[in-house]
Write a protein that binds this ligand. Structure first.
Ligand code: UDX
Length: 451
């Protein structure tokens, strides 16, 4: 059953959700204050990098189910549900989330509502925000209008957002009003009824906290495996096997057990900090989340030591090829990426950095400063003393390692994502391979001579 939906905010969450709701058959209008973004969307362009999104937007726009406007009033007037998907950045003076955009959106929506409308928070918001949104809406709606709120957190990973939306593990809906609950059930019925996706109904507070708890748990899971990787290095064990060995226990699960150079992005760092701020406000000690965050900050700095070590003790004058600048593969997002900690430190120590990222993030030089950004992997590898794999772009696996090794002055690889095996790297001509959480390997001298 078609629901008329407005989405306020066309960032990652708003645009993906809007396009996917249209794909599920609903009638969707996406709103953004930035006119240039709306113009771009109206002329078939996509302001963000998200695999698969362009096609869904094109298909649903052509079918008339997806439209874009700068006018909240025009979008909201005719709607059953309005989703708030605006930013909730960390405040400049504390670790709390800045809710000013959410509250401003709620006020503007309320003034335009006619009839019964559900105002839904998609943005990640601290516990209690939806109650405040309801108060703001009630204080601003017209005489004949009625409003209810719902919390519907998103669990979308950048780079995999379409699949995460269309095939979710679960949908969480927090609503204290029966009518709001019913509208939300109608919206998700193509997934819950046709695809058997579980929908969990909770109070708004529970839904709000569930989102933070999910991100904090995943962040802690990665910090944990990163700690185990350090231990593996110290005792000569192999983290890939440890991950598999524990991950196949269904109580633990295999996903998010890949060791790496520290987690980043727009969510984990911001949400763990905001969760800790909420805990402190409520006099609750969340030691595990605190430790996960601190361990992650330490880890990003530890990567500097690893590069220095792989360069033989000093990076001054060394040419270092870096593959990947974004916080993970399949995105152009550099927020809280380890590259922002690692590369300026190496440049400061005198390294010449030649970085390549498939998404060619335009702000890289501006954010990192003294680095050369290269257009191709070959350009970055040319004459390098070390190749550092920093981001897990799947496309890296298709590169010709043999050619890259041959181009380097000193064919050493430091794989901070364990994307390659030592066998693969050494067979391609690398003389040294260092992954995380495993003993470093060298090409046997005899093999090198024989060739
Ligand atoms: C995350 C959540 O996964 C998503 O549900 C939420 O709604 C938004 O935040 P995202 O920030 O897009 O998504 O990235 P994610 O894939 O979760 O990765 C976060 C960070 O953890 C990245 O830096 C990634 O490289 C790192 N990571 C992830 C690891 O180091 N190891 C892993 O096994 C998984």
């Amino acid at each position: 059953m078609t629901v008329r939906i407005a989405i306020i905010g066309t960032g990652y969450v708003g645009l993906v959700s809007g396009a996917c709701f249209a794909e599920l058959g609903h009638d969707v209008v996406c709103v953004d204050k930035v006119a240039s973004k709306i113009d771009m969307l109206n002329s078939g362009g996509i302001p963000i990098y998200e695999p698969g999104l362009e096609e869904i937007v094109r298909r649903n726009s052509a079918a008339g189910r997806l439209r874009f406007t700068t006018s909240v009033t025009e979008a909201v007037q005719r709607c059953d549900a309005v989703f708030i998907a605006v930013g909730t950045p960390t405040k400049s003076d504390s670790d709390h989330a800045d809710l000013s955009y959410v509250y401003a959106a709620a006020e503007e929506i309320a003034k335009s509502i006619t009839g019964f409308t559900v105002v839904v928070s998609k943005s990640t918001v601290p516990v209690g925000t939806n109650r405040r949104v309801l108060e703001i809406c009630r204080a601003n709606i017209g005489e004949n209008a009625q409003v209810a709120v719902a919390s519907n957190p998103e669990f979308l990973r950048e780079g995999a957002a379409i699949n995460d939306f269309m095939c979710p593990d679960r949908i969480v809906v927090g609503a204290d009003d029966q009518r709001a609950q019913e509208v939300m059930e109608r919206i998700y019925s193509p997934l819950t009824i046709s695809r058997n996706v579980p929908l969990i109904s909770t109070s708004t507070e529970t839904a709000e906290l569930t989102k933070y708890a999910a991100n904090a748990f995943l962040a802690a899971k990665i910090s944990f495996i990163n700690e185990m990787a350090d231990l593996c290095e110290a005792v000569g064990a192999n983290i890939n096997d440890v991950s598999l060995g524990i991950g196949l226990d269904s109580r633990i699960g295999r996903r998010f057990l890949n060791t790496g150079p520290g987690w980043g992005g727009s969510c984990f760092p911001k949400d763990t900090r905001a969760l800790l701020a909420t805990a402190e406000q409520n006099n609750v000690n969340c030691k595990i989340v605190q430790a996960a965050l601190e361990a992650n900050e330490d880890r990003k700095r530890l990567m500097i030591e690893k590069v220095i070590h792989a360069c033989g003790g000093a990076v001054n004058g060394k040419r270092i090829a870096v593959f990947g600048l974004t916080f993970k593969g399949q995105t152009d997002d550099m927020r809280e990426s380890t590259s922002l900690v690692l590369l300026p430190a190496l440049a400061q120590l005198g390294a010449q950095i030649c970085a390549f990222d498939p998404s060619d993030p335009h702000e890289a030089s501006e954010l990192i400063g003294n680095i050369n950004t290269c257009k191709t992997p070959e350009q970055a590898a040319e004459g390098a003393d070390l190749l550092v794999i920093l981001t897990d772009w799947m496309i890296f696996k298709t590169y010709d390692l043999k050619q890259l090794a041959a181009q380097m002055r000193r064919a050493h690889m430091l794989d901070l994502r364990n994307m390659y095996s030592s066998t693969e790297a050494l067979a391609a001509g690398f003389t040294n391979y260092t992954g995380l959480g495993m003993p470093p390997t060298k090409r046997p001298a005899l093999l090198a001579v024989a060739e």
